[in-house]
Design a protein around this ligand. Structure first.
Ligand code: GLA
Length: 805
């Protein structure tokens, strides 16, 4: 909902309020963004004006040695004013919203309010992806000049520079269904001289106070999304990427919250950017204890020449706020991503359980091998087989052939057509791996078009993973890739594409751009990537695209506008995955996060973990398998078959349910609950076990307090070998560990596992928690003992009883 009264603008969602005003000077003063200040559709104009008066900062005289804006507004000191956008040079010395070098060399700008417009339309951006408004069905409200009560509404403000002929648009989009407000900005050069844009942020949020904790998510390859909490009490904290992609080093999603915010209580802002390139999020506390937060394209190594008549659009920034802690915030973000970022055929469609060839065979693939693997997959319930890297050119390692997207006939004699048809005969859908944006120096494409690689002509180039990046800032390269990839995707029955991007940028330079425009390269690259992704996803709407960038090096809302899911990390170790997936879960829902069960010892950590733990963690994302099933024994295959069957039964809940974090220390506790709260699954994982620690409990979240639930686990039997030589406490003859005798006994004797089975109501499950069967603690074992060694985990199921009120 948007309401304008005189110079006051109010934006509201069911749980949040956003207010600002245009001052007589033309500056936009931010007044409030936070938990709901009451339903303003019911208040009179006079009441609302009084509310605004309460929020507005009172000024008397300029304090100290600050700059007064002008003679007419001596008390207006921009340095200390909360602003919706801040120009550079008129006294506000904090992080600016924009920086422009004008034709006369000046860098001072002063954008002042001109006019406002309210609409229920959200037009597409020209160069970037954006969120989508949902359906307006059943809405009777109409937008008027000063009010829009529809579920989705849009406020456009136009500002003009006081001295130069430049126009700035600030856009606010309100999503009532998920308590999200997004912002974007657009600069238009109406003058007859070129200007250089050095920064244009997407959003700015000025708080009256400080002491917020800024949570950011950092990492590296195979170690994505580790949460870091830093209090902002003075100075500036920056979260940014200069890697060319949004990066695994610093994800664009951040949280601002209070020290005492918890999962379920306290103030929490969630902020993200719909952009896949170099991003920048800075929080700065000024000398008056006020915090400014800005986010947008990273201004480092960025400049954009705007010729007369040109415009530049900044990516859309996403904001949500909750006083129900991190969970309140993340549930809104998840809803927003599922409903307004994900799109197309796969938006709400259950994602298939896939088997990927990478960790099973790496580059050693050929049709027979793949078909054998696929057949084993089919036998356990796999729905889609993915042929990963290695199928094209001379690709037997990572040092060649990127760009040569022609099938390697010695590996796949009948091409993509034949192998995909054979997969279909097996009853499987078929997918392939591509890395369209890359080029190997050792490739035919590079021989033909060395100028298509992003590199500084005549200068040495630093490579990553033995590869270079194609210059997507060059439209000719993008056109070529649209054509080439279209050919590949139509050359067989291809249902899925894993779109990888394995290196970050270095020696950033577009041979297609003149020297003075090189500051545009990184951004133009991202726009080129979006044009490519848009063309291909629109041309092949049925294909399920999975984004990937060496795992999660481009896991962001921009990529998610095209790819319904992204490979979250190359790290498939379940213990590390708990931290990685937990990190993602603050800003992103499970439906977009893919997770695979892989071999043990794990290929990234060499850690050994039980098969059920690998499944239990991967199931809290979009599930796949990535290991050589042909090397597994019957027992493991049977277990995998059961896992897949179980996942299919609960798939809707795992992929599209509401996700809740519980404890995260030595114990990791997660719960996912269906939208109607009738079905839930809990997961509890223990990192390291401790002797004599029999007690443990699981606390659910997200259920209906008053409903009765059947709470249970699926009891399993344990391998006698897991008890080592303790077997001798019961065996009539001595059994040596690792002996043939022990292996023989293990074939016939297993140890019982505990059964949890309770009927109780949601309030008990959530408030008190279930006290679980006692764990093994060194003194005895029977069928009620919970075997809970290092890296063990459990899944608990909760189903509402039919008789529930
Ligand atoms: C990246 C991906 C992996 C795999 C390899 C293939 O590392 O993240 O999953 O596809 O590339 O080269």
């Amino acid at each position: 909902m948007i309401r304008k009264i005189k110079n006051i603008f109010m934006l509201g969602t069911p749980k949040t309020t956003y207010v600002f005003q245009a001052l007589p000077s033309g500056h936009l003063e931010h007044l409030y963004y936070g938990p709901l200040l009451g339903d303003f559709s019911e208040k009179t104009d006079e009441e609302l004006l009084q509310d605004a008066k309460c929020l507005e900062e009172k000024r008397a005289f300029p304090a100290g040695n600050m700059i007064s804006y002008d003679q007419e507004h001596m008390d207006l000191t921009l340095e200390d004013l909360r602003l919706e956008m801040s120009s550079l040079g008129k006294g506000d010395i904090r992080e600016p919203f924009l920086e422009i070098t004008h034709a006369d060399g000046s860098v001072t700008s002063d954008f002042l309010f001109e006019e406002a417009r309210i609409t229920d339309e959200k037009p597409e951006f020209h160069t970037l992806p954006g969120s989508l408004f949902g359906s307006r069905e059943g809405q009777e409200q109409k937008c008027t000049e000063n009010f829009c009560g529809e579920r989705y509404s849009h406020l456009i403000l136009t500002l003009k520079d006081a001295s130069y002929d430049l126009r700035l648009e600030l856009h606010y989009y309100v999503f009532e269904d998920c308590d999200v407000i997004t912002r974007s900005s657009r600069l238009v050069n109406d003058s007859d001289e070129a200007v250089v844009l050095n920064r244009l942020m997407s959003m700015q949020l000025d708080f009256e106070d400080s002491g917020y904790i800024m949570s950011t998510f950092h990492g590296a390859w195979a170690r994505e999304m580790y949460r870091s909490d830093v209090p902002i009490v003075s100075g500036k904290i920056v979260n940014s990427s200069n890697a060319g992609s949004s990066s695994n080093r610093s994800n664009p999603f951040v949280m601002l919250h209070r020290e005492d915010t918890t999962e379920s209580s306290g103030l929490c802002y969630g902020l993200n950017l719909i952009y896949s390139g170099n991003h920048y999020e800075a929080a700065e506390v000024n000398s008056f204890g006020k915090t400014r937060f800005v986010s947008g394209i990273n201004p480092q190594n960025f400049s954009f020449i705007l010729s007369p008549g040109d415009e530049f659009e900044a990516p859309e920034a996403v904001m949500t706020c909750s006083d129900e802690g991190y969970t309140g915030m993340s549930l809104s973000m998840h809803h927003f991503v599922r409903e307004h970022i994900s799109r197309g055929v796969w938006k709400h469609k259950a994602r298939p359980v896939l088997l990927n060839s990478w960790e099973a065979s790496y580059f050693k693939i050929n049709e027979n091998r793949l078909l054998r693997l696929a057949k084993a997959g089919k036998d356990v319930g796999i729905e889609l087989f993915v042929m990963d890297d290695g199928w094209f050119g001379e690709r037997n390692g990572d040092d060649c052939s990127l760009g040569d997207w022609d099938v390697n006939r010695s590996k796949l004699p009948g091409g993509l057509k034949q192998i995909s048809e054979k997969m279909e005969e097996l009853g499987l859908r078929f997918g392939i791996w591509v890395e369209p944006e890359m080029i190997s120096r050792r490739s035919r494409l590079y021989e033909a078009h060395p100028d298509w690689a992003m590199q500084i002509p005549g200068k040495p180039h630093s490579e990553g993973r033995n590869q270079m990046i194609l210059d997507l800032a060059n439209p000719e390269v993008v056109d070529y890739l649209i054509a080439k990839m279209s050919e590949v995707f139509s050359s067989g029955k291809i249902s899925y594409v894993k779109w990888d991007m394995n290196r970050i940028m270095s020696d950033v330079y577009s041979p297609a751009l003149p020297p003075e425009r090189q500051g545009e390269t990184a951004h133009r690259y991202i726009c080129g990537f979006y044009r490519l992704a848009k063309a291909l996803t629109e041309k092949f709407p049925e294909i399920l695209f999975e984004g990937c960038a060496a795992g999660g090096c481009r896991f962001d809302l921009g990529a998610l506008c095209y790819f319904p899911q992204i490979w979250a990390s190359d790290d498939t170790d379940p213990v590390m995955r708990t931290r990685i997936q937990q990190g993602y879960s603050y800003g992103y829902p499970a439906s977009v996060m893919t997770a695979h069960v892989s071999a043990s010892p794990n290929h990234q950590t060499l850690r050994e973990t039980p098969l059920d733990t690998r499944f239990n963690v991967a199931a809290f994302g979009t599930l796949g398998y990535e290991l050589n099933l042909n090397d597994l024994g019957k027992k493991e295959l049977d277990e995998i078959r059961k896992q897949i069957a179980l996942y299919k039964e609960w798939r809707e809940v795992f992929q599209f349910g509401d996700f809740y974090r519980g404890r995260f220390d030595n114990i990791v506790e997660w719960t996912v609950v269906s939208a109607d709260r009738k079905r839930g699954v809990g997961m509890m994982l223990q990192k390291l076990t401790e002797a004599n620690h029999p007690f443990e409990m699981y606390r659910a979240r997200g259920l209906n307090e008053g409903s009765r639930y059947h709470f249970y686990n699926i009891a399993k039997r344990h391998d006698i070998r897991d008890f080592g030589d303790l077997i001798n406490t019961a065996a009539p003859v001595h059994v040596r560990q690792g002996s043939i005798l022990q292996n023989m006994i293990a074939r016939f004797v297993t140890m019982p596992g505990e059964q949890e089975e309770i009927e109780t109501n949601g309030a008990v499950l959530m408030k008190a928690g279930v006290k679980l069967q006692g764990a093994y603690c060194g003194t005895g074992y029977n069928e009620n003992t919970r075997y809970f060694a290092d890296f063990n985990s459990r899944m608990y199921f909760m189903e509402e009883e039919k008789t529930s009120r």
